[in-house]
Design a protein around this ligand. Structure first.
Ligand SMILES: Cc1cc2nc3c(=O)[nH]c(=O)nc-3n(C[C@H](O)[C@H](O)[C@H](O)COP(=O)(O)OP(=O)(O)OC[C@H]3O[C@@H](n4cnc5c(N)ncnc54)[C@H](O)[C@@H]3O)c2cc1C
Length: 453
């Protein structure tokens, strides 16, 4: 087998490529390589794929795995098809919500009908230990060699070229001409390859999530759902002045309830994330939805939050990086996307890798086609489109002042106490006084305009 085209001696290896991490990015990359006829080793540190993974979560419509395995979404173990999305602003005395309800034609796909771009208004909620494990099994069925319980500790290099990985254990080196790094948000391997200088606290958020068992019928009735329909609810103003937000995602029988908190903001406030979660769960906006539910799981995980600004170099000699490891995850305040970016970047990485291996040229020049493919896909385009929104979400006021004043304003508008009503403009001036100057408001309106329009 040819390792590269720079005059080094070819090294015979058992595998053409090694993929590190069997999350959505890694499994997709491994599957794409296997389908191109390459011998792929997929290494996962968890006891099984998904055992260490969690997310909110809802995956947005993503054709990438469908391209590799037609009928994928009809067979994948998803929980509910989201047709209802709620955004709630939590104030001290009230909660204000905006409800999006998809119309009939976007309704939940049946298992047989699957999920297609015709139904792209919906997303699917997933339970990652089930989904990631099942997906990796499909990859194995298509020729990928999966090794669980195998933690990669570092890269093996010859000069500047990555030629394999060091794993924990007795046979501690595995070599291959190409490595695809999909080891998640902190990606020590991408840092070791010199692609980024290490992830900073202001670039990531901490997700804390509790899973509550409620029963299938009760989930449906509390959220007004029929059959396999699902709902998501995002909350702003529920994080005790820490930049971040709350979420509830309906799964078949359970509710995933959690907070996503900017790590630098949590550190600065010195509050324990689980304490914030406890207060969120006990709050008047959430507690009624959880009445009688049993806590069955608690977990925490980091996620990238800086958008394009944290996307590192994506290739070096013999190595590509995909998924969270490349910073491909964001929220624009309305939606959280990461899994679809992970699967799409994994697909593109796998395809570029297969072409490079076929040409016997795993150089920076040939692997740089990966960035080009990402630039043409929604992955880097969406990160560019929403960069200003992502930056705007690093302003404290959005999570503190605005939920408070909007709630107070609506309380004043709806209040009926037998006295004459004031004009809305006057009520607004009263609630904004002492909270926000006209200049700050104008500046924020301008920034929101630039972020979304
Ligand atoms: C609280 C929270 C809520 C979220 N909500 C959403 C949502 O609603 N929608 C959405 O699309 N996304 C959401 N995300 C983001 C989403 O989970 C990620 O973008 C996605 O999981 C990235 O996939 P990945 O394959 O790149 O990385 P991961 O899913 O992190 O997978 C990485 C894999 O690599 C393995 N690994 C790591 N290091 C090593 C090593 N050294 N050796 C071997 N194996 C290793 C890990 O065990 C893991 O299996 C959320 C994330 C969090 C934390």
């Amino acid at each position: 087998m040819t390792a590269n085209s720079r005059g080094n001696e070819p090294t015979p290896t058992a595998f053409d490529a090694i993929v590190v991490g069997a999350g959505p990015a890694g499994t997709t990359a491994a599957l794409a390589l296997a389908q191109a006829g390459k011998r792929v080793l997929l290494l996962e540190r968890g006891e099984y794929p998904g055992s260490k993974n969690m997310f909110g979560g809802m995956v947005a419509w993503c054709p990438a795995p469908e391209e590799l395995l037609p009928g994928f979404w009809a067979r994948a173990p998803w929980e509910r098809a989201v047709t209802k999305r709620v955004l709630s602003l939590v104030g001290p005395g009230s909660t204000t919500s905006l409800v999006f309800q998809a119309a009939a034609e976007a309704e939940a796909p049946s298992v047989g009908a699957g999920w297609s771009s015709d139904r792209s208004l919906t997303g699917l909620t997933l339970f990652r230990p089930h989904f990631d494990r099942w997906y990796a099994e499909q990859a194995v069925a298509h020729g990928v060699t999966l090794l669980n319980g195998c933690r990669v500790e570092g890269l093996v290099k010859k000069g500047d070229r990555v030629v394999g990985v060091r794993v924990a254990g007795p046979d501690d080196v595995v070599e291959a001409p190409l490595v695809i790094v999909c080891d998640g948000v902190l990606s020590l391997l991408a840092a070791e390859a010199g692609l980024h200088p290490g992830v900073k606290a202001e670039q990531v958020a901490l997700g804390v999530r509790a899973l509550y068992l409620l029963g299938e019928e009760e989930v449906a009735s509390r959220f007004g759902l029929v059959g396999r329909e699902g709902a998501t609810q995002e909350f702003l103003g529920c994080t005790e002045n820490v930049r971040g937000g709350g979420f509830i995602y309906t799964q078949t029988e359970t509710l995933a309830v959690g907070l996503v908190l900017h790590l630098d903001a949590v550190k600065a406030r010195g509050l324990a994330p689980y304490e914030l979660l406890e207060r969120f769960v006990a709050s008047p906006a959430v507690a009624p939805l959880l009445r009688g539910a049993r806590l069955v799981e608690y977990s925490a995980h980091l996620l990238p939050e800086a958008g394009r600004r944290m996307v590192p170099r994506l290739e070096t000699e013999g190595l590509l990086v995909a998924g969270d490891a490349a910073g491909f995850c964001y929220t624009n305040g309305l939606t959280q996307e990461g899994m679809n970016l992970a699967m799409t970047s994994g697909l593109l990485a796998g395809r570029v890798a297969a072409q490079a291996l076929a040409a016997g040229e795993v150089t920076v020049r040939s692997l740089s086609r990966y960035r080009k493919a990402l630039e043409e896909s929604f992955v880097l385009r969406d990160l560019r489109t929403y960069q200003k929104a992502i930056d705007f979400l690093h302003h404290d006021r959005l999570f503190t002042v605005y939920p408070r004043v909007i709630s107070r304003l609506l309380e004043d508008i709806y209040r009926s106490d037998g006295r004459p009503k004031a004009r809305i403009g006057r009520l607004a001036r009263r609630v904004f006084k002492g909270e926000l100057s006209a200049w700050q408001l104008a500046a924020d309106v301008f920034k929101i305009g630039r972020a979304f329009l």
